[in-house]
Design a binder for this molecule. Structure first.
Ligand SMILES: [Zn+2]
Length: 377
């Protein structure tokens, strides 16, 4: 046992982040060939990056909370002399101090294991003492590249085409139904996001009716990183045009947002059973810290989406870039937004929303908003 073994947990003083991923265990061991093995066990599949400094290896886990009660199991005879946890926002850094420098760990020596009988997800890193060349000089591109190691999994986006089946949503003067327009946009969006390297799921891929709680639960089941609910709007004033973007809050940001949430939530008045129970469960599952984190990430996405729409010269409804209201479909642990793509109640926009060219323009703007969203923060 190394006398240098030390465990320090350095939490930023402001608050402990309630990450979706929980650190369960950190342990070291010796493998044949005098390899040091570092195992980091987490409750969810981790998204991670590696960086190197002289005699130090840092594993940064996204959206993960430090575990102050954890005492890493340190085997003797390894290169690891101490392990420190540092919480920085929603990122958790696990810093391994090393008795000798190492080179960047080759991909073949990095394993991500799925849960089995006694273990959760495990990130397994094997390394030996090396020259440290390319890692000791912290500003070289080697370090930059190492820090940008591709995440171990694709980001998951759930695309929710609003309404469907017996619920047409709003209907334009020319007879265009919201449920049809948003399904068409959702399918195009799925194709382009898949091509851009995301893992996507549609809540519905045909003209079926789904309860709002069911839609939200698909985001949970798929462990989504982002949930996008697509809609088109109607306004008593047929002159009203433009897109608008909403995130979840218990209190509406303005009266118009409140009315819209009532209208969208009315989809469930067709069949209200089931929602109360789900709502209660989610309320229990979400701590206030988690709610805060999900809300912040949602607003960050929504702001980026508003910019992407504006940059694509898509007309915006007058008012703030992002509004908030208690939308049932957004009530989950998954950050997300409800996108009202335009007004079917306006004759010009009804024509646009039906056209493939405009649908593609909307899709391209949404793809940009997803690509620029910082999933790791
Ligand atoms: Zn709608």
């Amino acid at each position: 046992m190394s006398g240098l073994t030390a465990v320090i947990v350095a939490l930023l003083p402001r608050m402990a982040f309630a990450g979706r991923n929980a650190l369960r265990d950190v342990r070291t061991g010796v493998q044949p060939g005098n390899k040091t093995r570092l195992v980091i066990e987490t409750s969810e599949r981790p998204s991670y990056s590696l960086s190197y400094a002289p005699n130090q290896l840092t594993v940064t886990l996204s959206n993960t909370a430090a575990n102050s009660s954890l005492a890493p199991a340190m085997a003797s005879g390894t290169l690891v002399t101490a392990i420190t946890q540092v919480q920085s926002g929603d990122k958790l850094q696990i810093i391994a101090n090393l008795s000798k420098p190492i080179d960047a760990i080759p991909r073949d020596n990095i394993l991500l294991l799925n849960p089995n009988g006694d273990n959760d997800y495990r990130l397994v890193l094997d390394f030996t003492a090396g020259s440290g060349v390319g890692t000791a000089t912290a500003t070289t591109t080697t370090t930059a590249k190492a820090a940008k190691t591709t995440p171990a999994r694709k980001y998951v986006v759930v695309i929710d085409a609003g309404h469907g089946g017996k619920d047409p949503g709003c209907i334009g003067k020319g007879g265009t139904q919201e449920k049809t327009v948003v399904l068409s946009v959702a399918k195009k969006l799925k194709t382009k996001l898949d091509a851009a390297g995301f893992q996507t799921y549609l809540t519905r891929s045909n003209d079926t009716y789904l309860k709002l709680a069911h839609r939200a639960s698909i985001g949970e089941q798929k462990h989504a990183d982002l949930f996008l609910s697509l809609h088109a709007n109607a306004n008593p004033s047929r002159a009203m045009k433009g897109f608008s973007i909403y995130t979840l809050s218990e209190k509406a940001s303005d009266e118009e947002a409140a009315k819209l949430a009532d209208a969208e939530n009315a989809a469930d008045k067709i069949d209200v059973s089931g929602f109360e129970q789900f709502d209660k469960d989610i309320r229990i599952a979400l701590s206030s810290l988690q709610q805060h984190a999900v809300a912040e990430m949602s607003v960050e996405y929504a702001n980026g989406a508003a910019s992407a729409f504006k940059r694509a010269n898509i007309r915006q409804q007058p008012g703030p870039d992002v509004r908030h209201a208690p939308f049932a479909v957004l009530r989950s642990t998954v950050p997300g937004a409800l996108l009202e793509l335009g007004h079917l109640s306006n004759a010009d926009e009804e024509k646009l929303l039906k056209s493939a060219a405009h649908q593609n323009k909307l899709v391209d703007a949404i793809v940009k908003s997803v690509r620029t969203y910082n999933f790791d923060v």
